[in-house]
Design a protein around this ligand. Structure first.
Ligand SMILES: [Zn+2]
Length: 563
């Protein structure tokens, strides 16, 4: 008993263990060996990855199986995001999710198509009742694909708990061969308080690291004083493939005492955007490298930080020396150790006093209403994570809203007083953001009382854009007045120059037909297997509308005999 008490007092970290989950309850959703192009918690843009990206040999059409008994609780089809997705509710409270699918099978497909024809839309969200589409473990439910926001054929697979929080699927017993330890890409140190310094400077600093014979890394030693924190960029490679996955766990210690732990077991979708406060955001914008901060700054409630009694900060005192250690760990338990010697030394050079910038300081805890020229900006309280000096000015129809090196957590509103001459056709205008290169990006723009408004979560350059060019429509696999009895599909390319495609509607002989829109190749596809056609001579009609209402009507006649 006494042993136990001492054990837990000395090693409080050991109290936190992996969540209790059923092992081997879920089977693999594919018959392929599990090879990952993405893992759980991986750092993506504006979110943590919520599942596993399982490779499908660079091809689509692999059978996808139900991981366990249950019922189809949700069917989602969207142009973006998960693309075609299925959700299975299991009797033990978990939900499994299968994304970027090419097609559904059997009852699922029939049910979905019937609804798509009923509401005349490719995009649907369906929530079948428990008894409607029951599913057995191992039952074929779909074929893998590349739909939605997918950068290549793969299966996005998730396991969610009863509160719809995504969990690390590897906790459930899936085997992935991994004997390679995580790789460290970058090590950085940050002065935290206004008086702290690192090597006699008050700025962030990259630290050189040297591999040691035992496989660990030794960082250059630093002289410091006051509160400092560390950050690390790293990735993990599995045995089978060379792509970079995220790591599972990071722990730090000071002189052997556990200090801070980050661990990717579970998170909630409500907190995922805090990734922008978790990483060194400006460094990412500048270098494309995502450094994970090994401390918890204010306004960061992320639950992946599982232990951090002093919020991960190190308080360096004069005359003291410290050994700060970082352990990077993958799910298989392979580790990489980094040692950083720190010496507490009084500041020798005086910090150059920061000249007050001309930019005004905006407090994160307050709401701000700002007017610059014809632009009005409303920033609610806690839109930003921290206080910042922002540089905001307008020049004619363009707004320079600081720059994108500062993240926004909440939407801010940007409004523009439309010019007198433009008030006649306000619907043709939108407020767009000018990217580093390329055309302005469309933001959904509302018009009211002479004002255009958008909601955005990005700082940057915004400008007024007029779009009077309708979408273009071009048939891919047929032409006017031709026989196409051998075609399995009707395919069309649709494009829009500025504001982008908003909607499309196609009919044959006046009857709605379901066309699948794939934004990645600008295509619309109709499958003749839907059996809408009864006649030999058919009039195909397609109306495509862009985001400001410019529309194009395309008509064509084709001949066909069902073979
Ligand atoms: Zn994914």
């Amino acid at each position: 008993m006494r042993f136990f008490l001492i054990f837990f007092v000395v090693f409080p970290f050991l109290l936190y263990s992996q969540p209790q989950v059923p092992n081997n309850y879920f089977r693999s959703p594919l018959d392929l060996e599990i090879s990952l192009s993405g893992n759980f918690g991986e750092l993506r843009n504006n979110h943590f990855h919520s599942g596993l990206d399982i490779r499908t040999n660079y091809t689509e059409g692999h059978p996808v199986y139900a991981a366990a008994d249950g019922y189809i609780s949700r069917i989602g089809i969207g142009h973006y995001g998960y693309g075609k997705a299925l959700y299975i509710q299991h009797p033990n409270g978990y939900t499994t999710v299968y994304g970027h699918l090419k097609s559904f099978v059997g009852e699922i497909d029939k049910h979905t198509r019937a609804h798509q024809y009923k509401i005349e839309s490719y995009e649907v969200q369906l929530y079948p009742k428990a008894q409607q589409i029951p599913i057995k473990k191992g039952e074929l439910i779909a074929y893998s694909g590349n739909t939605g926001g997918s950068g290549g054929p793969h299966l996005h697979y998730e396991i969610r708990d009863a509160n719809q929080r995504p969990m690390n699927p590897l906790l459930f017993g899936y085997q992935v061969l991994d004997t390679r330890a995580p790789t460290i890409e970058k090590l950085r140190v940050y002065p935290i308080s206004s008086t702290s310094h690192i090597d006699h400077q008050s700025q962030d600093k990259d630290l050189r690291i040297t591999p040691q014979t035992d496989g660990s890394y030794l960082a250059e030693s630093i002289d410091a004083l006051g509160q400092i924190g560390f950050g690390v960029a790293s990735f993990d490679r599995l045995n089978s493939v060379e792509n970079k996955n995220g790591i599972y766990r990071i722990t730090t210690s000071i002189n052997g005492e556990p200090h801070h732990e980050v661990r990717f077991d579970i998170f909630s979708f409500a907190e995922t955007r805090y990734i922008n406060h978790y990483i060194d955001y400006p460094h990412w914008k500048d270098s494309k490298i995502k450094i994970q901060k090994l401390f918890r700054p204010i306004n960061n409630p992320l639950s992946i930080i599982t232990q951090s009694p002093s919020n991960g900060y190190v308080n360096v005192e004069e005359g003291m020396s410290y050994l700060f250690e970082i352990v990077l760990e993958d799910f298989a338990g392979n580790t990489t150790l980094i040692k950083i010697p720190i010496t507490g030394k009084e500041q020798i050079t005086n910090t150059v006093p920061q000249l007050a910038s001309e930019a005004e300081i905006y407090l994160a805890q307050k709401a701000h209403a700002i007017t610059q020229g014809k632009f009005h900006i409303y920033m609610p309280a806690e839109a930003m994570y921290e206080d910042h000096a922002l540089d905001i000015y307008a020049s004619n129809d363009t707004l320079f809203l600081h720059n994108d090196r500062i993240p926004l957590h909440k939407n801010i509103t940007v409004s523009f007083d439309l010019n007198e001459a433009d008030l006649e056709t306000p619907e043709k205008y939108f407020i767009g953001r000018i990217p580093k290169w390329g055309k302005p990006r469309h933001y959904s723009t509302q018009y009211k009382n002479g004002k255009l408004s958008i909601a955005t979560r990005d700082f940057g350059v915004y400008t007024l854009v007029k779009d009077i060019t309708p979408p273009t429509v071009k048939p891919i696999n047929f032409s006017d007045k031709k026989w196409i009895s051998n075609n399995k599909t009707l395919r069309i390319e649709i494009k829009d120059d500025l504001s982008g495609i908003n909607s499309y509607r196609a009919t044959i002989n006046g009857k709605f037909i379901l066309m699948e829109y794939e934004y990645k190749d600008n295509s619309l596809t109709y499958y003749f297997s839907d059996h809408i056609i009864e006649d030999t001579e058919n009039n195909f009609k397609l109306i495509v509308i862009d985001n400001v209402g410019n529309s194009t009507t395309f008509e064509s006649t084709f001949y066909r005999k069902e073979l």
